[in-house]
Design a protein around this ligand. Sequence first.
Ligand code: NAP
Length: 309
Amino acid sequence: MPARPETLADVSAPNCSGQTALVTGSTNGIGRAAALALGRLGADVIVHGRDAEAGESVVDALEATGADARFVQADFADPDAVRHLAAATREWTGGLDLLINNAGGLFREGRLVGPGVEQTFHVNHLAPYLLTAELLDHLRDGARVVTTASEAHRGASFDLSRIQDAEGLSGMGAYSLSKLANVLFAAELARRLDAAGRAVVSHSVHPGFVPGSKFGRFLPGLLASLFQWIGVVPGTSSVADGAAEILTVALSDEAGADSGRYYSGQQPVSPAPDARDPDAARRLWRRSADLLGIDEPLPAADDARRRPS
Ligand SMILES: NC(=O)c1ccc[n+]([C@@H]2O[C@H](COP(=O)([O-])OP(=O)(O)OC[C@H]3O[C@@H](n4cnc5c(N)ncnc54)[C@H](OP(=O)(O)O)[C@@H]3O)[C@@H](O)[C@H]2O)c1
């Protein structure tokens, strides 16, 4: 039997019973494997994605392990669907211990969605930003927010000028920018949570190059076949390896002792220079709130420090 993610992450010991996890993008791929592992470790899990049949089969598999599980369908191209997921999570749980922002893909259409934002940026960054904002006061003390980013973030520079005008923006260019946003978001969230005195940890993680997931469906025909074929080449990661990367950040003592890091290979590593720029992170945070028409979810770290106690 292939190794399980919790074994690969060396976190099989933690008992997650009594804990609740929301894993976005858990109908397929890496998120599905992470959700099933969390269920085996004792957590109750909210499963999310667009594919209802796949979602219900993950719920069945979780319930077979004794976990309480529910599926919520929500297309992250639609901000109202994100709000629906947050509302359902509030309704069904007394609080969250793990928010795994994992749903994502590479959408080549270059179409504008929601508040007129390029689809990949919306699904991969703006939706988890909004979901996290909606659930901030639902996160329990000691909770962790894990955002699935990618090494692809290194291919982007921090330039938001095209996110509302996708003309000429390549699918890969949009994807890389959205993944840079993931790393900046996780670090800024950590700073703001800390400044607000919240005992909640936030990290981003690269799950590895995982051709065995369904990610290849987002690529053009020939590349999609190549992506599947690459799965047989040594050096790429399995879906279980990818889930293990997430579990390391979600459950290991090391990741719980720190916040705002970018993980790859089950350890914190330095992201690209643009992803380490706190000014860019703060601008991204503000622009995201503006795009969604909401107040900034938490005060900026400096603003929080200036407030009278
Ligand atoms: N595979 C890799 O090599 C790799 C490398 C680096 C980072 N990543 C990241 O890892 C994460 C998981 O990807 P994966 O490889 O596991 O791919 P996957 O098998 O295609 O799974 C993607 C998950 O995200 C969900 N999703 C996609 N678009 C969505 C939308 N518009 N609204 C709601 N949910 C949506 C999918 O739900 P439905 O199927 O129900 O639509 C699915 O559950 C992504 O954030 C990806 O960017 C992957």
